[in-house]
Write a protein that binds this ligand. Sequence first.
Ligand code: PAN
Ligand code: ZN
Length: 194
Amino acid sequence: MKAVPVNDLPVSVQLNVPDGTFTPCIEMTSRKVSDLAMMFADQKAVEDLIKSGDPEVYQIRYYPFQTKNSDMALGVTMILPGKVGNEYFMTKGHFHEADNQPEIYHCVQGEGVLQMMTIDGEYVAAPWVKDTITHIPPHYAHRVINTGSVPLVFVASFHIAAGHVYGPIEKKGFKYIIVEKDGKPQEVLSPKWA
Ligand code: PAN
Ligand code: ZN
């Protein structure tokens, strides 16, 4: 994530809920199926999707509010509706690097699941609908899954100092994956944990 100059003055941005854009915005990152390839259980479906154009899975917009002595950041994520095989589109998921760094997520559109898990595999899944707000305590990796038919948009508030660690989730994933079964989302044990 980009570093920005210190600004001690108040800053406001304007959110457009339907597509998760806001203005002004410092940085936008797009993640495609190929960026998340190792996260999905069905590797054949991953390959096929990459060959057929490598669709976008989500966009993150970021604004760091760096002042002389504080470091709040805003992140707005928009996850498109879609699936890889029968597994729904989702964020990569990560731990925070610093062990005293929590985060607040607010779902402003769509429906899905916020998965949280400690490094020892203690797992909590929060069902999400519009305006569910969740506090993610320190030590819990976090991932959001869009199980609906419209873009899921959520607002995240965290400290820049939190840092992001992706390695453990890239290797082992979360204990459970969310797949579509008989037209409905279902939580099943991840093959990596079986
Ligand atoms: C969020 C996430 C964002 C994208 O801003 O970074 O939703 O998810 P991944 O980082 O797992 O790709 C956050 O939790 N920041 O700490
Ligand atoms: Zn985070």
